[in-house]
Ligand binder design. Structure first.
Ligand SMILES: C[S@@+](CC[C@H](N)C(=O)[O-])C[C@H]1O[C@@H](n2cnc3c(N)ncnc32)[C@H](O)[C@@H]1O
Length: 285
């Protein structure tokens, strides 16, 4: 990995092994969106999988709401704005709610925007969001919830159609990948009759998929991206899943030593096992 800019104490701009420009958190030793880079990952994982352009062209005047969990350097949110641009003037209103506790990464990325073509044209939007916590442009509203997602999600009033779930990995950000967090997201989610809520994330970890099922979501395989041969899609509407988890996944889950969510206490393990077995029975009879 080649370092292109390293003067900031916490972040540096790097060129990944695949030749993409990305940002590395020096403290956590995590390179974001490695190795494909932020723009490819944002579009493959979040924009294409959620069929965002089609969703924006649905014949309704109700706003489509996206939760952008972990705004970070804003690639996912900017990819959503670019999709809105592609959808043209006939689209429904778009409302993005970005959650972030540490805005220094975005400030750093903005200062380094020459490395990131997807920032071009959105500098004022980003500066406004940072300064005022909201940017509005016609039928687009972009809000920032600055602080801990774990606090916000307990009191949030806005209900998402799509959740782009992009915290750091569970190795360093375990508290974000729990049943408790997914239950709180599920509590705000929409029923299939209300258009459903779908969550996309880069993880394919068994413990995270189990947490999503225990929280009440239907869970499926998501597209490959970067070094990951698969990712995860979850939804309140089973019909929206492109590839529901297959029986072999549950066979592997039964044998796995790490088959319970991060926040599962030993006394809760039988309850989680029962919830997954019940899901399996509903899915496969
Ligand atoms: C992988 S980065 C996100 C990358 C970003 N989505 C992008 O497109 O550039 C993870 C982000 O999640 C944020 N984060 C992690 N835990 C959080 C929490 N509890 N509340 C709010 N933000 C959190 C981190 O500060 C970090 O900026």
């Amino acid at each position: 990995m080649e370092v292109l800019e390293s003067s900031h104490p916490l972040f540096e701009v790097v060129r990944t092994s695949a030749g993409a420009i990305s940002i590395r958190n020096k403290e956590l030793n995590e390179t974001m969106h490695n190795p494909v880079g932020p723009w490819v990952e944002a579009n493959t994982l979040y924009i294409d999988q959620s069929k965002l352009v089609d969703r924006l062209l649905e014949k309704t005047s109700d706003e489509l709401v996206i939760f952008d969990v972990g705004l970070g350097a804003a690639a996912n949110a900017l990819a959503a704005l670019a999709a809105a641009n592609r959808a043209g003037h006939e689209r429904r209103p778009l409302h993005i709610v970005s959650f972030e506790r540490e805005l220094e990464l975005l400030r750093f990325a903005l200062a380094q925007s020459a490395h990131f073509p997807h920032f071009f044209g959105y500098e004022v939007a980003l500066e406004t969001l940072l300064a005022r916590g909201i940017w509005v442009d016609g039928s687009i509203t972009w809000e920032l919830r600055h602080g801990d997602f774990l606090d916000f999600i307990a009191h949030e009033k806005v209900r998402p159609h799509l959740v782009f779930f992009d915290p750091y990995s569970s190795k360093v950000n375990e508290e974000m990948w729990t049943t408790d967090v997914f239950r709180k997201i599920h509590a705000l989610s929409r029923s299939p009759e209300e258009g459903g809520t779908s969550l996309f994330t880069y993880s394919q970890a068994t413990r995270i998929r189990v947490a999503l099922i225990a929280a009440g979501f239907y869970v499926g395989y998501g597209s490959a991206t970067g070094l990951k041969s698969e990712t995860t899609e979850a939804s309140t509407d089973r019909n929206r899943l492109r590839m529901p988890l297959g029986k072999p996944w549950f066979d592997r889950w039964r044998k796995s030593h790490l088959r319970h969510p991060y926040d599962c206490r030993p006394e809760d393990e039988p309850g989680i096992d029962a919830a997954i077995e019940a899901y399996l029975l509903r899915e496969f009879g």
